[in-house]
Write a protein that binds this ligand. Structure first.
Ligand code: SF4
Length: 294
């Protein structure tokens, strides 16, 4: 049985650097709070928890006065930084530079667009930390759309600047932009439609979908490793299923079922931007064990 780990899967550089920052502080002090899960991956969380990392939620900031807290790659809204200052919390800011750049851009466009009675529309998940951080740049006035039917929240007679959460699907983003433009154009028959579509999906994510699809085509069975709540994981796993119907989504080696590999001669192991390499290796080793004992 041939078992290959996809060389293009695993942590994106934003997550790699957040984990490095956490490890550096844990090595120094053995104690660090992270606001929300540092990665959407149970196994990696456990590994860091064992080194002293504690995950806290936004409503618990008052409990960690004078302590040190890491802001993860997803970034935060200005409100969080203000609260941290109020509680004298030392912040290690591991926001991904791509997210920070996007936050800045949204803030600048929001200030400009306000003068023209315009709207900021964000294609994202309403409860997703990155989207919350992006909405926070607009005094919470941005409209979040998750799918085509959500665009009815937009006032098509007013200017729109459209942005996307960095981990969303490019195809869905294009469809949403197209639909908004279609609806707006009838309100502006004699002028150019005042819609700006900003290309804000992270290339670390968008380039992975075509790469993972290629990887899936060349294996009999695909085992995709990621947290089930990872937004990027859902998109990539759908890509796997599209190209290879023998694709399975697991969070850990314990979920592997021997029957998946019956009659197969090659297995590909891949994962999301939040999947650590060591976990894909553990899954590959377990598959080797299962298929050798069969
Ligand atoms: S997916 Fe892209 S934007 Fe998001 S943390 Fe990773 S590198 Fe940064």
């Amino acid at each position: 049985m041939k078992i290959n780990i996809d060389p293009d899967s695993g942590f994106c550089f934003g997550v790699v650097s957040a984990v490095k920052e956490a490890e550096k502080e844990l090595k120094r002090s053995g104690n660090l709070y992270c606001l929300g899960e540092i990665v959407h991956n149970k196994a990696e969380l456990e590994r860091l928890q064992n080194k002293g990392l504690k995950t806290i939620q936004h409503n618990e900031l008052d409990k960690i006065k004078n302590q040190t807290m890491l802001i993860r790659a997803h970034g935060e809204s200005p409100e969080t930084y203000n609260k941290a200052e109020d509680y004298n919390i030392t912040v290690i800011d591991a926001s991904c530079p791509i997210v920070l750049k996007l936050q800045k851009k949204i803030k600048a466009v929001y200030i400009e667009l306000k003068k023209q009675n315009g709207q900021i529309v964000i294609f994202g998940e309403p409860g997703h930390p990155e989207t919350i951080g992006l909405v926070g740049q607009t005094e919470k006035n941005a409209i979040v759309v998750t799918n085509i039917s959500d665009i009815k929240k937009v006032d098509f007679s007013r200017p729109v600047a459209l942005f996307s959460q960095t981990t969303k699907s490019i195809e869905e983003y294009r469809n949403i932009a197209r639909e908004i433009e279609k609806n707006m154009s009838s309100h502006f028959p004699d002028t150019e439609t005042p819609l700006t579509v900003n290309h804000t999906i992270c290339k670390q994510v968008s380039k992975r979908l075509p790469l993972i699809k290629e990887f899936c085509k060349s294996h009999d069975v695909i085992v995709f490793v990621s947290g089930k709540n990872s937004s990027n994981g859902k998109i990539l796993f759908n890509g796997c299923k599209e190209k290879n119907r023998n694709s399975y989504h697991v969070e850990s080696p314990s979920e592997l079922a021997p029957r998946w590999f019956t009659g197969a001669s090659s297995v590909g192991v891949c994962g999301a931007t939040s999947t650590p390499k060591w976990l894909m290796e553990n899954v590959a080793n377990k598959i080797a064990e299962i298929t050798t004992n069969e």
